[in-house]
Ligand binder design. Structure first.
Ligand code: IMP
Length: 427
């Protein structure tokens, strides 16, 4: 059985949750390896819509075990909120959720520290304000980080908390971010008791599963262009969103990975600040946002919409070694007369064929487009590749040829069943 990584090929929001949920049917384990509750994975089943920020997207499948790995940063309020929301809908998480004792915790002061960092640097990153950056900073700093294991050893937790409140006290005072130490301790004592049953030796669990031939889906959050190393730094998130994070965020070797499925919308969206060479003109941007319901699942912010950027996508395919591509929200383009795809950039009169590492250079780049004819026909009811309109197939073939990556699946709507599997062997 193939173990597949599902990760975002763009700036996040590529409908990875839906793709993971679709594939989770045949998986024994779904494991998240990075990010935190900055993610928003939406899954639609019939009339029901579920949005998960932290729980892996396999929780809706009753036989799937869900792992939150050491590379994830955990907001316990979000975690227990999601578990109880699910229980209210009749879905028991129970012992199907396994959390790494090495994962770091997001504490209330991390969210406050985020605005302090924005204020001090004058750099508005447009984050999700979930305290992700400060939590990963504390992890790397080592003195300040608090892990799940520390919470279970409550005396140690208190010591670490006091160190943090003292170390961050000046900043917290300056921006009026009051932390009630006693209330926090009481709340986290309750959390520690709630959390204990879910905590497991996740590398051991995953490696056992590998030895016994179980199928694992590795679920990425955010997208390649938000990777702290390979993305549009500093307008990125604070974790590695690319394939290497599977190994470091879960404790499995690279041999565990058989397929790397990049997920890309048939166009591009981006939330937050940063250069975006294929951004659509305002009227089309608004139209696509309306049809695609392009509003952040975590922050409700309107997403910026753009034409498919094949220069960025080829870069993502390279960095991650995509073995297949999932093209999502294909139906959003159904009505267009013609479609643009960016095949290069132009800067100061010269063509740029590769994704520039410098933001300054990227800001000066304009997109060079290939124009393809639209298919002007609804695809929402299509379930087999051969039944797609000819111009839709032409668009798909153009993308696959340019990237030299085969298309594994296409989604033509929000519902689980609105999926066209092009090549099962790539999943
Ligand atoms: P942070 O991850 O909250 O620090 O935000 C850093 C950048 O990543 C901002 O531009 C966010 O909009 C973006 N971002 C973080 N998580 C997601 C996501 O799940 N989808 C899309 N953008 C995201």
């Amino acid at each position: 059985m193939a173990n597949t990584v599902i990760l975002g090929a763009q700036w996040g929001d590529e409908s990875k949750g839906g793709t993971t949920d679709f594939l989770a049917e045949g998986a024994d384990i779904v494991a998240r390896y990075q990010g935190g509750d900055n993610a928003g994975h939406t899954i639609v089943i019939g009339e029901d819509k579920f949005v998960f920020h932290l729980l892996p997207s396999g929780v809706l499948h009753p036989n799937t075990v869900n792992v939150i790995g050491n590379g994830v940063v955990i907001n316990l309020e979000t975690l227990f909120g999601e578990i109880s929301d699910l229980e209210a809908c009749g879905v028991e998480v129970g012992d199907r959720l396994k959390i790494s004792s090495r994962a770091h915790l997001i504490l209330p002061y991390h969210r406050i520290m985020e605005s302090w960092d924005d204020l001090g640097s004058g750099l508005k990153l447009g984050t999700t304000a979930r305290g992700i950056g400060p939590t990963y900073s504390d992890k790397m700093n080592r003195h300040a980080g608090i892990r799940v294991a520390d919470l279970l050893d409550f005396e140690l937790f208190q010591k670490k908390l006091d160190f943090n409140l003292a170390a961050k006290g000046y900043a917290l005072d300056q921006i009026g971010g009051e932390i009630d130490r006693q209330a926090l301790l009481e709340q986290y004592y309750t959390y520690s008791e709630q959390l204990a049953p879910y905590v497991a030796d996740t590398p051991e669990l995953l490696n056992d599963a590998l030895r016994t031939g179980k199928r694992i889906l590795f679920e990425g959050a955010q997208g390649t262009m938000l990777d702290v190393d390979f993305g549009t730094y500093p307008y990125v998130t604070s974790s590695n969103t690319t394939v290497g994070a599977v190994c470091t965020g879960l404790g499995v070797g690279p041999q565990a990975i058989h397929r790397v499925l990049g997920v890309s919308k048939a166009y591009v969206t981006r939330v937050g600040s940063g250069p975006f060479p294929t951004e659509m003109p305002p009227d089309l941007d608004e139209e696509i946002r309306g049809i695609g319901e392009e509003y952040g699942a975590t922050t409700q912010r309107p997403r910026r919409c753009g034409w498919l950027d094949l220069v960025a996508l080829r870069y993502a395919a390279q960095v991650n070694g995509f073995t297949g591509l999932a093209l999502t929200k294909f139906d959003v383009l159904d009505h267009l007369d013609e479609l643009r795809v960016c095949v290069a950039y132009r800067r100061r009169g010269e063509e740029v064929a590769t994704y520039p590492p410098s933001l300054r250079v990227l800001e000066e780049c304009e997109a060079v487009y290939e124009i393809l004819p639209g298919w002007k026909q609804s695809t929402v009811d299509v379930r087999h590749y051969e039944n797609l309109p000819e111009n839709a197939k032409r668009y798909i073939a153009f993308v696959a040829d340019f990237l030299n990556v085969p298309i594994a699946l296409i989604s033509v709507g929000k519902e689980r069943t609105q999926t066209i599997v092009c090549n099962e062997d790539l999943l």
